[in-house]
Write a protein that binds this ligand. Structure first.
Ligand code: PSV
Ligand code: MN
Ligand code: MN
Length: 424
């Protein structure tokens, strides 16, 4: 066993008296601490199978050792995260990187770790070794109907795997687009894509959702066929009530007001959920909250406001996923940091004095509105988040348990120092 319950409990004992003081202090400052803790305990963030290894660059890859060699080991890694923080209770798979050999075995293993299967992701942005037709010039948009059919069939196969595992959603991200002006007829590319998406949509089980993820650029650098939230919303509106728009924080043009996009998608009942990450330049896929934590808080502020207005359940009505991976940190430590950043932003948006904000807005009191937002953002809610983790059976300080118990060293001993997980 890489990490046992006793090790987490021992570490919690050591940190308990200091934590209690911090928790009492913050609980005195806000009036809804208990309610916030309950919501935090319910809130689970799905971990992408492809974030468990170092990667995220088309240049060098520098594996740190002990990376998962199979889907089983990926599930074990996420089980470790979930044992440490109590908030990583779901896994998002990417096909064909994660094809389950025996779905029952995989399902049981996940259940042993308290994990469920979040959205399934299809991949028509790479050519696989045994693939008949190439996606070099796109998949669902392709001028050749046979290529489009291959992409549709792949997505239907992904749904089949997802059904076996108990997933309830499919995320379609297309790298389709063009790199040079004149390469593509935009209207035909859109219509071909819509037709292909419709065929996939028709294969969705009635209790499934389809998420259409947009991205401004990369790998194509002139146009992307699902390039922004407007285009995604156009597709999902035409597709029907089971189709939603997925926001990946790194997929916008610089300085886009993501919180406003989120508010409007939510208002229209068309927001699927998130791929959380952070970025300074483009689709950098950096640790959540590492570059623009205020933006993350502002997004959560809109989410809480908009979900409450529609009587939505924070924990279950949207899909919360991380999509981050890079080269320099231990991937598991990095994911612990990402989940923590999400929980902090969520907690801060739950303590915001919302009635006072509405009042300030109605009085055009811009100064007070800003004060209210920043008061919540500048409140140190880490002890509240830690208390939620403690009550969920996790660690007060997940990162120090990870290091003190030498989790990575033990994974390297078990799996070897030269392993590379599948992914980008
Ligand atoms: C594309 O940049 C993306 O954000 C999509 O979600 C992919 O599925 C994922 O990254 C992995 O490449
Ligand atoms: Mn993504
Ligand atoms: Mn991306």
């Amino acid at each position: 066993m890489i990490l046992g319950k006793e090790q987490i409990e021992d570490s919690n004992q050591e940190n308990l008296s200091r934590h209690k003081k911090n928790h009492e202090f913050i609980s005195d400052q806000i009036n809804n601490a208990e309610e916030v803790i309950k919501k935090l305990i319910d809130f689970q963030v799905a971990i992408p199978s492809w974030a468990l290894g170092t990667g995220g660059t088309r240049f060098g890859r520098f594996p740190g050792g002990g990376e998962p060699r199979s889907l089983e080991e990926k599930i074990e890694d996420i089980g470790l995260l979930h044992a440490l923080n109590g908030s990583s209770g779901a896994i998002s798979l990417h096909i064909p990187w994660d094809i389950p050999e025996d779905s029952d075995v995989i399902k049981n293993l996940a259940a042993q770790h308290g994990l469920r299967f979040d959205a399934m992701n299809s991949n028509t942005f790479q050519d696989q070794p045994d693939q008949k037709l190439s996606y070099k010039f796109g998949s669902m948009q392709h001028v050749d109907k046979a290529v489009r059919k291959q992409a549709v069939d792949h997505n239907i196969e992904v749904i089949k795997y997802g059904k076996e595992l108990g997933s309830k959603s499919l995320t379609v991200w297309l790298s389709d687009g063009s790199t040079f002006p004149g390469q593509l007829n935009f209207r035909k590319a859109f219509l071909n894509t819509l037709e292909s998406l419709r065929e996939v949509y028709a294969a969705l089980p009635p209790d499934w959702k389809m998420f259409v993820e947009y991205k401004a650029y990369e790998p194509n650098f002139y146009s992307t066929t699902v390039g922004d939230w407007g285009q995604s919303l156009l597709y999902t509106s035409k597709l029907g009530p089971q189709a939603y728009t997925l926001v990946d924080l790194g997929h916008h043009l610089p300085n886009a007001n993501i919180e406003q996009i989120v508010a409007l998608l939510l208002m229209e009942g068309k927001l699927a959920g998130f791929h959380f990450n952070d970025s300074k330049y483009g689709d950098d896929d950096l640790t959540v909250g590492s570059i623009k934590p205020y933006q993350l808080f502002l997004i959560f502020n809109e989410l809480v406001e908009g979900m409450d207005a529609r009587n939505m359940n924070h924990a279950n009505d949207l899909a919360w996923m991380i999509d981050a991976s890079h080269n320099v940190k231990d991937p598991l430590e990095d994911l612990l940091q990402s989940v923590e950043a999400i929980m902090i932003a969520y907690a801060q948006s739950l303590i915001l004095e919302r009635k006072k904000l509405v009042e300030a807005q109605n009085n055009n009191d811009v100064v007070t509105a800003q004060e209210i937002l920043q008061k919540a953002f500048r409140t140190d809610v880490r002890a509240i988040v830690a208390e939620a983790r403690l009550r969920a059976g996790g660690a007060l300080n997940p990162l120090s348990v990870f290091r003190n118990e030498k989790v990575r060293e033990n994974l390297i001993k078990e799996r070897g120092s030269k392993t590379t997980a599948t992914g980008l």
